[in-house]
Design a protein around this ligand. Structure first.
Ligand SMILES: C[S@@+](CC[C@H](N)C(=O)[O-])C[C@H]1O[C@@H](n2cnc3c(N)ncnc32)[C@H](O)[C@@H]1O
Length: 480
């Protein structure tokens, strides 16, 4: 068996043969197997059990991800209204592993340094359950826009989306974060099967180019980690230089950081109903590095049902904060610019949402010009950072009207707003709504803003006048 019909770079083949020895033939067979599609449930909106009952596709549990499923790749989960309701993220199964193994607790300050398009940030945000702070960053502004959309679609309220270089962030956030994820740019060897075009990039830049970048990034990340904090480094590549090599470099530069065990104990696994069968360990011998690299995790496509990943969980020495749930922080109306206050219409709209008190007990209101935001109470405003989003954009005050935002609609639960238009996912009107068309509805006596839902999950706003629903769905998100 060989990978010839994949046209793998010759140098890559030689390197892999060298690394894998007897296993190399097994590894090559993967290039002739179908791709594994994965769906990860958004636990901000529903539980895995609720999703299993609702799911219109045939799915099977991913053994190592509590909220992850394989789906039949003949199906198109991105072409379903539930996708537009933010009920799940479509993600390759091994790429679900890093965020699932970083032990994030509600109330913590979490950084995702290389976050776009958000595959891991959306899970970190879900783990925070609306409490604490998520800073999601990507150096690329265009990629950060895709990240922003996914953060909003997931209904994450307590996120800042930034587009900065790691060194600028490190200047602003010294020893600030409880948890950091560094899903580093890499040579992408684990992506060759799914996206053969990545091979050209590999040949052009090579392993050394990325390794230099990774070493820079991980040192800046280490500077932003609190004593006692934890950082998870991951790549989707196999080369030892970019994996054990980067971690070995970090351990030398930062002697207060150590690799720790990332997988739950056998007993915990049983309790959680999870299995890590096929997971391999890091290889200190490949980089002449310290024994602790054995705690790293290697996912190989010939050993698990996924494309492959490298993961290292790291801890900085120092006391860990055990209970971070900061629900005691009381909310207050915070107006950064004196003289700007909520209009009566905005106040009426927002204070009439059920559980509004709960929302602002974790957050503060920020008004900038006519735009109203709910920002995490934990965050101190940082001047001069390229910011795509600060907390949850609630809406805009326009003369004597308040226009609620798409982000607010999708962050709400249907029981938080009393004027609902709830469509069935089988009703063609759902697609018409998502295509931004005007709908005719039977409800005629409730003028004004309506929250349009699919099977009880919010999609966006509409404005009702008699039987006509003016479509207020965000045009940039519409069904194409
Ligand atoms: C592997 S991808 C991240 C994927 C993302 N974590 C996810 O799960 O959707 C790596 C990201 O690093 C970003 N990147 C590239 N160079 C960087 C740098 N010098 N500093 C920070 N991020 C960088 C890229 O724009 C890219 O989005």
């Amino acid at each position: 068996m060989d990978g010839d019909n994949m046209n793998l770079p010759r140098l890559f083949e030689d390197r892999m043969r060298n690394l894998l020895g007897d296993e190399y033939e097994e590894y090559l067979k993967c290039y002739h197997k179908p791709y594994y599609g994965g769906i990860r449930v958004n636990t901000l909106k529903l539980s895995p059990e609720e999703f299993e009952n609702l799911c219109p596709f045939s799915i099977k549990k991913i053994p190592w991800i509590p909220n992850g499923y394989f789906y039949d790749t003949n199906e198109q989960p991105a072409r379903h209204p539930y996708y537009y309701a933010g009920l799940y993220y479509i993600q390759e199964p091994s790429a679900m592993t890093p965020a699932s193994l970083l032990p994030v607790k509600p109330g913590e300050k979490v950084l995702d340094l290389c976050a776009a398009p958000g595959g891991k940030s959306t899970e970190l945000g879900a783990k925070l359950q609306g409490k604490g702070l998520l800073v999601s960053n990507d150096i690329s502004n265009s990629r950060a826009k895709a990240l922003l959309k996914n953060i909003e679609l997931f209904g994450i309220k307590n996120a800042y989306v930034l587009s900065e270089s790691p060194n600028r962030l490190a200047e602003h956030f010294p020893q600030y974060f409880d948890k950091i994820l560094v899903d580093a740019p890499c040579s992408g060897e684990g992506m060759f099967r799914k996206s053969p075009s990545i091979m050209k990039n590999w040949e052009q830049y090579g392993v050394d180019y990325y390794n230099k970048l990774q070493k820079e990034i991980i040192i800046y990340a280490a500077k932003m980690l609190k004593p006692g904090g934890m950082m998870l480094y991951s790549t989707c590549t196999f080369s030892p230089e970019e994996n054990e090599g980067t971690i070995s470099y970090l351990l030398e530069e930062c002697p207060d950081i150590h690799v720790v065990e990332a997988l739950p104990s056998l007993e915990e696994r049983k309790g959680l109903g999870l299995s890590y069968e096929g997971f391999d360990r890091g290889r200190p011998d490949w980089v002449n590095g310290p024994e602790q690299l054995k705690h790293c995790i290697r996912l190989w496509p010939h050993k698990i049902s996924g494309e492959g990943h490298f993961i290292a969980l790291l801890k900085k020495e120092g006391p860990s904060d055990t209970d971070k749930d900061n629900s005691s922080i009381r909310g207050k109306i915070l107006d950064y610019k004196k003289g700007n206050t909520l209009s009566k219409e905005a106040e009426d709209f927002l204070y009439n949402l059920s559980n509004w008190d709960d929302l602002i007990s974790q957050s503060r209101i920020l008004i900038q010009k006519d735009r109203v935001y709910l920002v995490p109470a934990e965050f101190e405003e940082k001047q001069g950072l390229r910011t795509l989003r600060q907390g949850l954009f609630l809406g805009e005050m326009k003369k004597n009207r308040f226009q609620p935002s798409q982000a607010l609609a999708i962050a709400l639960k249907s029981n938080q707003y009393d004027k609902l238009i709830n469509l069935s996912s089988k009703d063609q009107d759902v697609i018409r709504y998502l295509k931004c068309e005007t709908l005719t509805v039977e409800k005629s006596n409730e003028k004004g803003w309506q929250l349009v839902c699919v099977d009880g999950y919010p999609l966006g706003w509409g404005k009702l006048n008699n039987n006509t629903l003016k479509n207020m769905y965000l045009p940039g998100w519409r069904w194409m």
